[in-house]
Design a protein around this ligand. Structure first.
Ligand SMILES: [Zn+2]
Length: 429
């Protein structure tokens, strides 16, 4: 879009505060040995959202972007009536990510992963010529595939073969986007391992996941949407978590909003939830330990199969590292909650009846956790609550559109040898 000036920011290590050259899209501090996040330090300390027609880029003051890509949507926030009344809450706000055009929500892939994709890819300049490698349980892949296809950016996706049914689109995906899969029976973590091997091949670069500042600040727009609509930082923040990156991002946005000065100085209590029996974050937090509990790969794979909210099955979330989920929970006096499939299904049905739109299984986990906490009287009627519906309107979108699926270019064994991956990926693009 014309007239857009690159956002001014510096990249700093949160451990040593060292300013890091951003030209090579760093993911780690060169000085620190302990793992920790980098963070963007924006020149504008006050956020002034642009017009809604800018999509996600209305929050460009606090996105590390050089240019705007076409086709983006921003999270929208509205005050709940139906669910709020049912739960006896007077101050329940829903931040909705997905497809609900009447409300102004136009994310065609149905989840807040689009916020990540438009932020990460909007940061990439013309100097970036490698093929970007993204591992995903499904939603992130769908978002990156659409944005890269429509904007002609080379992309290699790595998704477990059992999850490729999640790669649906309303138009065919161009061949600058390719998909490879670890074979049936593998999970998201196996996809991450394969993506690391792919990223080591010449001409391919890792997107970086939670370590990518653009990814976190893209997700942070959910909190920016909520706070600018509510005119304050909410007292509670509800979200289901797999990696917890969205919750970390919300916390980071919260810190910036305090610095802004116009939204109060509270820290939103992070109320994050997982789907039983896949509970590494829940189990670790029960011990109040920064150490992540050990998961046996076979247990993790079978638990991942057991949960309805497949996207929440991350075996190695960024929990322990400096600035990660443990620190975010400690700093906000947060809690980790757990919800089973039956409760989540019931919550999704209730949400549909009372608010009028379908929601993803992961979002249903967060709704169920809110219902729990209201029943347990942890939240008073007047307290302000932000419920982050991370995905919704997908069933509706799929019913309203002819769908196209992305097919894999190659299937790899559950565990691949680096040289085999290199041989196969040479010349794929
Ligand atoms: Zn450092």
């Amino acid at each position: 879009m014309s007239g857009f000036k690159a956002t001014e920011y510096k990249v700093r290590c949160i451990s040593c505060n060292f300013e890091i050259d951003d030209s090579a899209y760093p993911l780690e501090c060169p000085n620190c040995t302990e793992p920790g996040f980098l963070r963007a330090d924006y020149a504008k300390k006050q956020l002034n959202p642009g017009d809604e027609s800018l999509g996600l880029y209305r929050f460009a003051d606090w996105l590390p972007v050089k240019h705007m890509l076409k086709g983006s949507g921003a999270p929208i926030t509205y005050k709940s009536e139906g669910l709020a009344q049912k739960l006896g809450l007077n101050n329940l706000w829903i931040t909705f990510n997905g497809w609900w055009p009447e409300k102004g929500a136009v994310m065609k892939t149905g989840t807040f992963k689009e916020c990540e994709a438009f932020s990460v890819l909007g940061r990439m300049g013309d100097d970036f010529t490698d093929v970007l490698v993204v591992a995903s349980a499904g939603n992130t892949a769908r978002a990156f595939a659409r944005v890269c296809s429509e904007n002609n950016i080379p992309l290699l996706l790595v998704v477990p073969r059992d999850n490729i049914g999640t790669l649906w689109f309303d138009s065919p995906i161009n061949d600058n986007v390719k998909l490879i899969c670890p074979d049936s029976g593998s999970d998201y973590f196996d996809a991450i391992v394969l993506s690391q091997l792919a990223s080591n091949v010449e001409g391919y670069s890792p997107e970086g996941g939670a370590k990518n500042i653009a990814r976190r600040d893209g997700m942070a727009t959910t909190m920016l949407s909520a706070a600018t609509t509510m005119k304050e930082i909410p007292e509670f923040y509800f979200q289901a978590v797999g990696s917890g990156t969205g919750a970390i991002a919300a916390w980071e946005a919260n810190l910036r909003l305090i610095e802004d000065g116009r939204f109060g100085n509270r820290k939103s209590k992070l109320m994050v939830s997982q789907n039983i029996p896949f509970l590494p974050i829940y189990d670790s937090w029960q011990k109040r330990s920064p150490e992540l509990v050990d998961l046996k790969p076979e247990d993790a794979r079978s638990w991942a199969e057991a949960i309805d909210a497949k996207v929440l099955s991350n075996r190695k979330p960024p929990y322990s590292l400096k600035g990660g989920l443990y620190d975010a929970l400690v700093d906000t006096d947060g809690e980790v909650l757990k919800v089973d499939n039956t409760e989540a299904t019931r919550a999704a049905k209730l949400f549909h009846e009372l608010e009028g739109i379908d929601i993803s299984p992961a979002a249903a986990v967060s709704v169920a956790s809110l219902i729990h906490d209201v029943e347990d009287k942890k939240i008073a009627a007047h307290q302000s609550v932000m419920l982050n519906i991370t995905g919704g309107g997908m069933e509706r979108f799929k019913a309203e559109h002819k769908l196209y699926y992305l097919e894999p270019s190659m299937i790899f064994p559950k565990e691949s040898h680096p040289s085999e991956v290199e041989k196969k990926l040479k010349g794929l693009f």
